[in-house]
Design a protein around this ligand. Structure first.
Ligand SMILES: Cc1cc2nc3c(=O)[nH]c(=O)nc-3n(C[C@H](O)[C@H](O)[C@H](O)COP(=O)(O)OP(=O)(O)OC[C@H]3O[C@@H](n4cnc5c(N)ncnc54)[C@H](O)[C@@H]3O)c2cc1C
Length: 383
């Protein structure tokens, strides 16, 4: 396998780096760190102005027809710069879904505003007590005689909802249907009456949210995909899941550690060098796993499983090594204020959530065991 990237990808990478440098200033980095919001509007608008939102889409749809390798470069540069991309990612996930299963009215109303960087869309799948087993959602949507829908329920971990224009809500629309049937997806404006947000702070200093829907009324244009087929609509998104970007977080950690290790006056013992060496090796492996998934995608093949493997490996390696490397910094690892040490300590706290969102490690292991190794399906525990 040859994962050498083309000069065109390197050129695009340079352009992305420049957009990040221009729009994600030190002041903006500080503001984002203070609020914990996983989104930067100045950067988002900067990416939009450079045509980098929806960059993978055809030119006729406002995109740049970028290859999977080029899109990888975009995510990698963002991760290496420590840019919060949750808002970008959820917005593009929903936009892709609308692009594929939305009505022509939805495509015309939503997609140009996404590409222009005008709107943000948060993901409302999880609920208190409902995460991995997302088909168990309790939020309900009931159709009224006039065709409108009334939504009631609570969502947990609705990241960036405090900034978003819409939440993409998974709700039960048929109370009698079996688990994976009777679910539907709605694009709910956050300006709706009855919608509320409250902050959830995480260990990593990143803000997420609880969101509440109390008799929120939406019309039929909010329904994305056919009624009661929300499960199938969610699966559409699997096709463009990636997984490779977590390797870039390892690379960011290595960049930080290299800066620290070569810094003046920092004592680097042979034990620390061994830790750095091990982390560098696993960073290379994580990068190769990500590249394999991307290369398959570039050939037009599905790479969901390869992306899953890349995500699982990279996030567990990130957790392991950020802990070991923080330890290697000694007492200076606990000091706040010094840019490099603080950033490594921040990586350590951030690493915990990476094995949870986008599928927990246990769930991903189950997916690999069943789909690649042909092992029997794990029976679901009953409460
Ligand atoms: C920082 C952060 C941001 C997030 N952002 C969003 C967001 O924007 N939108 C959104 O909808 N959700 C979001 N989530 C939610 C995330 O998707 C869920 O946390 C995740 O799916 C896990 O669900 P859970 O927390 O309910 O844990 P559970 O699913 O209850 O899992 C608890 C434990 O049981 C294990 N487990 C569960 N099922 C199995 C199984 N079948 N086999 C083996 N082990 C299993 C898990 O691995 C875990 O260790 C976010 C989460 C975090 C932490």
């Amino acid at each position: 396998m040859d994962f050498t990237v083309s000069p065109q990808t390197e050129q695009f990478r340079t352009e992305v780096r420049e957009v990040i440098r221009t729009h994600f200033t030190d002041d903006e980095r500080h503001a984002v760190a203070q609020s914990g919001t996983k989104h930067s509007w100045p950067l988002h608008r900067g990416l939009a102005a450079a045509g980098m939102l929806g960059a993978a889409w055809p030119v006729s749809e406002g995109g740049q027809n970028r290859s999977p390798h080029e899109m990888d470069a975009l995510y990698e540069e963002a991760a290496r710069a420590g840019v919060p991309m949750a808002g970008f990612s959820t917005t593009m996930l929903v936009a892709e879904t609308i692009r594929r299963v939305g009505t022509s009215e939805q495509r015309a109303r939503v997609l140009p505003r996404v590409v222009a960087g005008e709107i943000l869309i948060a993901l409302g799948y999880s609920e208190p007590g409902v995460g991995s087993d997302v088909a168990a959602v309790q939020t309900r949507a009931d159709r009224r005689e006039d065709g409108t829908w009334v939504i009631n329920g609570e969502k947990a971990f609705t990241t960036t909802a405090e900034e978003a224009d819409y939440v993409f809500v998974l709700a039960r629309t048929d109370q009698k249907a079996t688990r994976h049937r009777g679910l539907s997806l709605f694009l709910v404006p956050t300006s709706s009456e009855g919608f509320a947000v409250s902050a959830m702070q995480t260990l990593g200093g990143e803000r997420s949210n609880m969101t509440f829907f109390s008799d929120v009324v939406v019309d039929e244009t909010a329904l994305v995909g056919d009624v009661d087929t929300g499960w199938q609509t969610m699966l559409v998104a699997l096709d463009f899941e990636r997984g490779g970007e977590f390797a870039a977080e390892m690379k960011r950690m290595m960049d930080l550690v290299s800066t620290w290790a070569t810094g003046e006056g920092n004592a680097v013992s042979s034990n620390t060098l061994r830790r750095i060496g091990r982390a560098a090796t696993e960073t290379a492996v994580a990068g190769l796993l990500g590249s394999r998934a991307t290369s398959l995608r570039a050939e037009g093949r599905a790479a969901n499983l390869e992306g899953t493997m890349a995500k699982l490996y990279a996030t567990e390696a990130l957790q392991r090594h950020s802990s070991q490397l923080l330890d290697a910094l000694g007492t200076s690892g606990a000091a706040r204020g010094n840019a490099v040490e603080s950033a490594i300590e921040g990586m350590y706290r951030h690493a915990f959530v990476t094995t949870i969102y986008g599928g927990t490690s246990e769930v991903l292991r189950g997916v690999i065991a069943e789909r690649r190794l042909g092992m029997p399906r794990t029976p679901r525990a009953t409460a």
